[in-house]
Structures are given as C-alpha cells and as structure tokens.
Design a protein around this ligand. Structure first.
Ligand SMILES: Cc1cc2nc3c(=O)[nH]c(=O)nc-3n(C[C@H](O)[C@H](O)[C@H](O)COP(=O)(O)OP(=O)(O)OC[C@H]3O[C@@H](n4cnc5c(N)ncnc54)[C@H](O)[C@@H]3O)c2cc1C
Ligand code: FES
Length: 302
C-alpha cells in the first residue's frame, strides 16, 4: 500500500516553526522514506559546482513531494553514501527539484561524474525554512556569499513568484573570484523582469570582469531601506554572515529579523543520530535556518 504523505504549503509556516516536540517528532516519521529518483539534467556552473535536476520516479510520490524555501534533502548515492543538500529550486515546480552541488569529497565527486539517467535516493525534505510568509509586507535583503546562493535561490524564486507581497527587494551576492559566480545566466531576469535590486561583487576579477570589486559588506552601503520594515536572509560561510549580520545590526535591523542557514556534518537528518548538535540544539531539525538572535545565543554556532 502506498504511504500517503501530507503536502506542505506555505500557509503552514507557523506550524513548521513550532519547537521540536512530540508532534514534530511524529511528523518526522514520514521522512524515513527514501524516494527513488533519477538525474534528468546536469548543468555545469563553474569548475567546482554543477546544478542537478532530480526527478522522483513514482508519479504519485512526485506529485505529493513538496518543501519550503531553506529546507534540504538527503541525497543517497547507492554504494557511496548519503549527503545533505539544500533544495535550490522553487517549490512550485512540481516535476523536479534542483540541487547545486560543489565537488569536495567522495559522494559529491561521484555525483559530479554521474550522467543523465543515473539513479539516486532522496529523503526529506528536512529542517526549518525561511519564514517567507512572516516577511510579507516588508523589504527583503537576500544576501549570499559563494555557494550560499544555492540555498538562497529557493527564497529568491518565492519572492519573484510573489513579488507584490514584498516592498523593496535586494539580492546582494559576492564571491572571492568573479569566475566563481553561480547562476550568472539568471541575473538579468532577477534584476529587470522581477523588479529586484541585484548587486554582484567579487574580491578579485578575471580579465573580462566589468563588475564591482570588493567585499559583500561594501554592497550594504548602497542599500536604502527603513530598518524597522526590513528582513534579511543571509547564506554563506559563517565568517561572512558574522560580518554581514554585524553590519545589518549597525543599520538598525533587529537580529530576530535576520535569518541564516547553519551547516554541520549530518547523518540521519531527522534528530536521531546526534551528529549535528550544538549543545541540545539539533541543526537538522531545529535548523538549518535560525534567526540570528538564536545563533548568537548558541555557543560555538559560528
Ligand atoms: C543542511 C545542509 C545543506 C547543504 N547544502 C549544500 C548544497 O546545497 N550544496 C553543496 O554543495 N553542499 C551542501 N552542503 C554540504 C554537503 O553536505 C557536503 O559538502 C557533503 O556532505 C560532502 O560530502 P562528500 O562525501 O563529497 O565529502 P566528504 O568526503 O565527506 O568530505 C570532504 C570534505 O568536505 C568537508 N565536509 C563534509 N561535509 C561537510 C559539511 N556538512 N559542512 C562543511 N564541510 C563538510 C569534510 O570535512 C572534508 O574536508 C550542505 C550541508 C548541510 C548540512
Ligand atoms: S543529523 Fe542526525 S541528529 Fe542531526
């Protein structure tokens, strides 16, 4: 008999933000399931990163699978292992999910060598999400460094699809070198079509780089918003979001309105194995998305 999974929708945000309790744990039972999936398309983004389109094979399961911006899945490569990867696509795209994967070690290298049609397992979705519904009516700063644009892409799609709900929207993106920039083919759409202020900066530019040179924090000098009506989502390495969140605090944006995604080594993804904990907080179920005030109160979080 087929397992019936309840689909998520964005209006369930408040329920999803509840702290880990008995009900939440029972909800997690759904996620023991591994969906059989196949890689349907692979796009090379840079030397180190590829974008994978992954499709759940069973029609009913594919139709029911849904997630919220900021959540992640466990990707199983049979015989090699299972790794957590943020979902990088819009939850309104029903046929597939997109995963932007950097080649760093065993499983990610096997995936980078995979061809279209290769089979993988998908568990999830797991974790907390960016509270997009709560942010409605406000300005939004979407800020990413390096690979941080991968998890940020899901909230970017959400804002584009629901543009009228938000006031001024900024996407600020920075990398160490200009040739490491991800998703360059989407910038024009984000900037012009979606009425979003997109600013891109690199610490070092290649010969043909005509954009800005500097640090991601330099881009914040050009942001003109009322801090009392502004939320921020910050994704990237901890050292980056430490500086960025400090600047946002100086601008007057309260810490509880800034959201970051924390990465830890993970194994089960569902609060069972104790691999990802920071004290009594499990990054896989209590996170990976936290508000910055919570992060500041978690010892050794960053
Ligand atoms: C919630 C979450 C979301 C993630 N989303 C993405 C994503 O969208 N795209 C992406 O490319 N990666 C993402 N990662 C990181 C990804 O899971 C690791 O790069 C992957 O597990 C490495 O597997 P591997 O077998 O290739 O490397 P391994 O052979 O296991 O390790 C290779 C190297 O990578 C380091 N490493 C492994 N796992 C992590 C980790 N979780 N954090 C930091 N360093 C690690 C190891 O210390 C080692 O130096 C995410 C991690 C988490 C926890
Ligand atoms: S990954 Fe197992 S408890 Fe978080």
């Amino acid at each position: 008999m087929k397992q019936i999974l309840e689909p998520y929708d964005i209006t369930r945000e408040r329920e999803m933000m509840l702290p880990l309790d008995y009900n939440r744990r029972s909800q997690l039972k759904h996620y023991d399931k591994t969906y059989k999936a196949e890689i349907t398309n692979i796009i090379r983004l840079t030397e180190m990163e590829k974008l994978f389109q992954v499709r759940i094979i069973d029609d009913t399961e594919r139709e029911r699978f849904t997630f919220l911006p900021g959540q992640f899945v466990m990707v199983e490569v049979p015989g090699y292992g299972e790794i957590p990867i943020s979902i990088s696509s819009s939850f309104t795209h029903k046929g597939f999910i997109e995963l932007c994967i950097r080649k760093v070690g065993l499983v990610t290298t096997v995936l980078h060598n995979a061809k279209r049609g290769c089979k993988v397992g998908i568990r999830g979705p797991f974790g907390t999400h960016f509270p997009m519904e709560q942010m409605r009516g406000n300005n939004i700063l979407l800020i990413a460094g390096g690979l941080g644009l991968a998890p940020l892409r899901a909230p970017i799609f959400h804002v584009i699809e629901n543009r009228s709900y938000y006031k001024d929207v900024y996407i600020l993106y920075g990398t160490k070198e200009s040739n490491l920039l991800l998703f360059t083919y989407q910038y024009e759409e984000w900037d012009r079509i979606a009425d979003i202020n997109l600013r891109v900066i690199a610490e070092q530019g290649s010969k043909d780089w005509k954009g800005e040179i500097g640090l991601i924090t330099d881009l914040l000098d050009e942001v003109d918003v009322d801090p009392g009506e502004t939320n921020a989502i910050v994704c990237g390495p901890p050292v980056m979001f430490k500086f960025v969140c400090q600047r946002l605090t100086d601008m007057g944006i309260p810490m509880h309105r800034m959201f970051v995604s924390l990465e830890r080594r993970m194994h089960c993804g569902m609060g069972k194995c104790c691999r990802c904990n920071i004290g009594s907080t499990y990054t896989c179920v209590d996170g990976p998305v936290f508000d910055y005030w919570t992060v500041m109160n978690l010892q050794e979080a960053i």
